[in-house]
Design a protein around this ligand. Structure first.
Ligand SMILES: Cc1cc2nc3c(=O)[nH]c(=O)nc-3n(C[C@H](O)[C@H](O)[C@H](O)COP(=O)(O)OP(=O)(O)OC[C@H]3O[C@@H](n4cnc5c(N)ncnc54)[C@H](O)[C@@H]3O)c2cc1C
Length: 308
């Protein structure tokens, strides 16, 4: 793993740096490149503007690994409220949650109950619940959670990470339930016995898994979503889809707010389903450090914001 990336991922775990960043107006200003604002209303307004070109939205409230189960109740209530906001504004929007935000560390049963409540609400307002994939310690529990929720609410989605060696097997295990999958490269610091240390290997794994997902989509099963800003890879995936005779509306490209914004517009103009994931909330530090780690050149954003 390149030194810049591992340093930034290590810094993501530091409580001292976390406190400093949350109190620093300079760092806060720099985050605006990747999130329209901390308040949900700011995220909803920014999303509404983006949907003019027909794209979809996914929202996530930042925060992970709670310390008490009572906090999970609050997160659930927040998302129940948020689904109502989506419905009131008739936004083409879905929601993605982190299982640890809903108490996975404290109680698998409570987490499941919260997720079921959210998936039910999503279904009631014509939306969807997605489960993010967190670090490798959570994969087994998140898969089990997904299978249970999916049996009751079939539109529920799950992120899978291409950098983990186990992911092709996990996808195979899910095949029979017509999974709704968002394939991402993976954002956490993982040991070499679990995940590809080299980016080139992750990229190759992503393309191979993407091909399997496209083949599944070609048989009319599940929903294939590619969550990446890697445009050469996206173009190769489109090439594979073309060769399978898959129409543009049979798979989707999802990207984060503020990253590759022009490419998102271009893909949309070419007729591909594009969705922008918008984050909001006060607990942005760890999430922001992972964004910096994905592209250490982004550290310049922070420096430039400090100067300007
Ligand atoms: C919709 C969506 C949902 C996600 N959900 C999860 C999840 O549940 N679990 C998880 O582990 N990870 C998740 N991720 C993050 C993902 O794992 C990667 O860390 C992230 O997308 C960067 O990888 P990449 O595929 O864009 O490719 P890369 O090869 O890292 O990047 C390709 C190009 O995109 C641009 N780019 C990428 N990242 C940035 C950035 N931060 N700032 C500026 N430019 C950038 C650069 O030009 C770079 O060269 C998600 C990503 C997306 C888009």
């Amino acid at each position: 793993m390149p030194i810049g990336r591992s340093l930034l991922l290590a810094a993501a775990q530091s409580p001292t740096l976390n406190r400093f960043a949350l109190e620093s107006p300079i760092v806060k200003r720099a985050t605006r490149a990747f999130m329209p604002g901390e308040r949900p209303e700011e995220a909803l307004d920014a999303g509404a503007a983006l949907t003019r070109d027909g794209r979809g939205l996914i929202y996530t409230k930042l925060g992970e690994a709670l310390t008490s189960l009572a906090d999970a109740d609050q997160v659930r209530d927040h998302y129940l409220w948020f689904y109502d906001q989506i419905a009131a504004r008739t936004l083409p929007a879905e929601v993605s949650i982190k299982p640890t935000q809903l108490g996975l560390d404290q109680s698998a049963d409570a987490c499941l109950a919260h997720c079921l409540a959210l998936a039910e609400k999503a279904a009631a307002v014509g939306s969807v619940l997605w489960l993010d994939m967190e670090d490798s310690a959570y994969v087994d529990r998140t898969l089990a959670l997904y299978e249970t929720i999916k049996a009751k609410f079939p539109r529920t989605g799950l992120a899978l990470q291409a950098y983990l060696f186990r992911t092709p097997k996990d996808l195979e295990r899910l095949r029979s339930i017509d999974p709704v999958i968002r394939l991402v490269k993976g954002a956490y610091m993982e040991p070499a016995h679990l995940a590809f240390p080299k980016k080139a290997d992750t990229d190759a794994a992503y393309e191979a898994i993407a091909r399997t997902m496209l083949e599944m989509a070609a048989t009319g099963r599940g929903r294939a979503v590619f969550g990446t800003h890697d445009m050469p890879l996206v173009r190769r995936i489109i090439g594979h889809a073309d060769r399978l005779g898959l129409a543009k509306d049979r798979y989707e490209i999802h990207m984060l707010y503020g990253i590759r914004a022009k490419e998102q517009e271009r893909l949309r103009a070419e007729g591909f389903p594009v969705t922008t994931l918008i984050s909001y909330g006060e607990a942005w530090y760890r999430w922001y450090m992972r964004r910096l780690a994905e592209r250490p050149a982004n550290v310049w954003f922070v420096v430039k914001s400090a100067l300007g």
